[in-house]
Design a protein around this ligand. Structure first.
Ligand SMILES: [Zn+2]
Ligand SMILES: [Zn+2]
Ligand SMILES: [Zn+2]
Length: 317
């Protein structure tokens, strides 16, 4: 190892994998080169990740309505309404979260609006149906009196629809009633059964970890896919060379089998990924330190790196 004032360079060659780690930092005083390959001091680890995904579908029904201003209504006269699981619907993509809302066929009917009782309007809450509010300028008097005792019509309410001393209600335009929102003033609504279909990706994983690289970091990088399988329903792995993966697969597949009570399993897939990791130990002024180069992206995790504020984790090469 050598140290210099302006850069940090590590060159790692191990098991056919070659990493060149280089930091060029103007304010750091750290420089180290690993060249050639002292295998014993640069352990190459591989991290195995097993991931199981179950793509589930959930169907929920509820009553819904929209304003009805005329037009066709798909009611029971068109046929029997299908059960929720008999309604034809498919996700746009497998293994993507999605929500679809559809109307269950033959469930619609037209009803009088429950809010306005079919009138299409509601009493104005601002003026309580009167169409006016007391004029605040003249306190309802209709006249304005100046300091010398001269009286004249109040400027603010002199042309009011409902007479002097009263101001037109702005909310209802002096009518006393406002449009009914549920029926959009039609007085009628179209009721139907709404079906909400939710497709969701449920992911579980197990990482066989060697060394001290934090697990969360492994998920961010890519590695080699050693095995993958997809189907309507998959069975646990039994023949993978690392038996820990077989055991994890059996447990996670079984967990997923019992986890989604009111949902239907639409599809399942699982994958084994091997992520390359090199763990490097070094010595520096403050004592020993350690960093990791991991994933095909050659990311570096270096929590002990001197002046680590902006170099704790970065990408190289
Ligand atoms: Zn209404
Ligand atoms: Zn009003
Ligand atoms: Zn007034």
């Amino acid at each position: 190892m050598n140290f210099d004032r302006h850069s940090f360079h590590a060159f790692i060659l191990q098991n056919d994998l070659q990493y060149s780690v280089e930091f060029v930092a103007s304010r750091t005083t750290f420089y180290c080169i690993f060249n050639k390959t002292p295998h014993s001091t640069l352990p190459y680890l591989s991290l195995t990740q097993y991931e199981l995904q179950t793509f589930t579908e959930k169907r929920e029904t509820s009553w819904a309505f929209t304003p009805y201003g005329g037009g066709d209504v798909d009611g029971p006269s068109n046929g029997a309404a299908p059960l929720p699981w008999d309604v034809e619907a498919h996700p746009a993509h497998l293994f993507h979260d999605e929500v679809k809302v559809v109307q269950v066929p033959h469930t619609a009917s037209v009803k009088e609006c429950h809010r306005c009782k079919g009138t299409g309007s509601l009493q104005c809450s601002e003026c309580h149906g009167k169409g006016w509010t007391r004029c605040l300028s003249c306190h309802g008097d209709g006249w304005y009196t100046d300091s010398s005792g001269y009286k004249e019509r109040c400027f603010y309410c002199q042309s009011s629809t409902h007479g002097h001393g009263r101001q037109d209600c702005l909310k209802c335009n002096a009518k006393g009633r406002v449009a009914c929102p549920p029926c959009d003033s039609y007085g009628q609504i179209r009721c139907f059964i709404r079906l909400t279909i939710t497709w969701k990706v449920n992911t579980s994983e197990h990482i066989v970890r060697k060394g001290g690289l934090p697990e969360a970091l492994v998920k961010e990088v890519s590695g080699q896919v050693a095995f993958e399988e997809e189907g309507t329903r998959i069975f646990p792995l039994t023949q993978f060379p690392d038996n820990t993966i077989n055991l994890a697969s059996a447990q996670l597949v079984n967990n997923h089998k019992n986890a989604f009570h009111d949902e239907r399993t639409y599809a399942q897939r699982h994958q084994v990924r091997i992520v390359p990791v090199a763990e490097v130990e070094y010595g520096f002024k403050g004592g020993p330190g350690k960093f990791w180069v991991y994933g095909y992206e050659n990311k570096v995790h270096s929590p002990d790196y001197p002046h680590t504020c902006c170099w704790g984790c970065c990408c190289v090469m």
